[in-house]
Design a protein around this ligand. Structure first.
Ligand code: NAP
Length: 271
């Protein structure tokens, strides 16, 4: 049964622990359904609710959450991932490296501890499908929150070489400098739309969500020996994945990243 189906029971009592997802807007968020199902599956008395907070109110809301004794933590998503980092008392080294959090936990004393699980969720999602990343040569397009997190997680997982591409060049130059500093053993290069010469190709841009989007890379250059992975979840088969499949490549869907991340997030939140 999918973790996105409605929980089979959600019985809220005075002891129920409250979790949130800080976003703006919240209409499209998928995580509460998955987290609530995991809570039921793990036998935990907790519920996740959407917390729609505009950027200008984030500081006040997070300050209030410190005082909320029934609150254990929140997923943090667009547009708060970068701004929320400075509101935490402590963040993991990977969140500090990426410059963003996507989850925070409230300790008993009200301290807030942030982490960034996008990248490790992506790498674990690949591993769950038998795609190991160690020693691979990877082409990654994108320079936003998802791309930064994935780049650090791939480097941490022991890839040999990483080629970065993006529409806005200075963003990947900054990312490349941070990666070279943190992972001197990984060969980091700036690339173009040409993905040749890599065994794993990853789209970490938003391109593919809309039918009118251009492809994020030159898919005519894909060869059957390459694995092509997506972060975009809707549609499930993006134009890039369709082109990769036509080229004979193995494809890896965007939802694996979220599925694995939800399990990691649930554990981080104490479920
Ligand atoms: N599967 C999962 O679990 C999961 C988790 C997190 C995110 N995501 C998905 O990952 C994607 C990226 O999210 P994000 O948070 O990293 O977004 P973001 O920070 O806004 O970054 C967007 C990226 O897409 C590029 N881009 C956007 N429009 C473009 C265009 N017209 N032409 C070329 N490049 C364009 C941007 O390039 P510039 O730098 O040039 O602007 C940037 O690299 C989203 O689809 C999100 O839903 C999936």
């Amino acid at each position: 049964m999918s973790i996105f189906q409605k929980p089979t029971s959600a019985y809220i009592t005075g002891r129920t622990r409250v979790l949130g997802i800080l976003a703006h807007p919240t209409d499209h968020v998928k995580a509460p359904t998955g987290i609530n199902r995991i809570a039921v599956a793990r036998g935990k008395d907790a519920v996740m609710v959407p917390l729609n907070v505009s950027p200008s109110d984030l500081g006040r809301v997070v300050t209030g959450l410190r005082a909320l004794r029934s609150f254990d933590g929140a997923i943090v998503t667009v547009p708060h991932k970068q701004s929320a980092i400075s509101l935490c008392d402590e963040v993991s080294p990977r969140a500090a490296a990426v410059g963003a959090i996507n989850i925070l936990r409230r300790a008993h004393d009200g301290r807030l501890i942030g982490d960034q699980l996008d990248g490790v969720g992506f790498v674990e999602g690949l591993g769950s499908q038998g795609i190991e990343v160690a020693r691979r040569s990877v082409y990654l397009v994108g320079a936003g929150g998802a791309a930064n997190a994935i780049a650090f997680a791939l480097a941490e997982a022991g890839i040999a070489r990483l080629t970065l591409a993006n529409r806005t060049l200075n963003k990947i130059e900054t990312l490349a400098a941070k990666l070279r500093n943190a992972y001197p053993d990984v060969k980091v290069a700036i690339g173009s739309a040409d993905p040749r010469g890599h065994s794993l190709v990853v789209n970490a841009t938003t391109l593919g969500m809309k039918p009118s989007d251009p492809l994020p890379l030159d898919a005519t250059l894909l060869t059957p020996d390459v694995v092509v992975a997506e972060v975009v979840m809707e549609p499930e088969i993006t134009a890039l994945l369709a082109a990769a499949r036509s080229a004979g490549c193995r494809i890896h869907l965007g939802h694996h990243m979220l599925d694995h991340q939800l399990q990691l997030m649930a554990s981080f939140l104490g479920l």
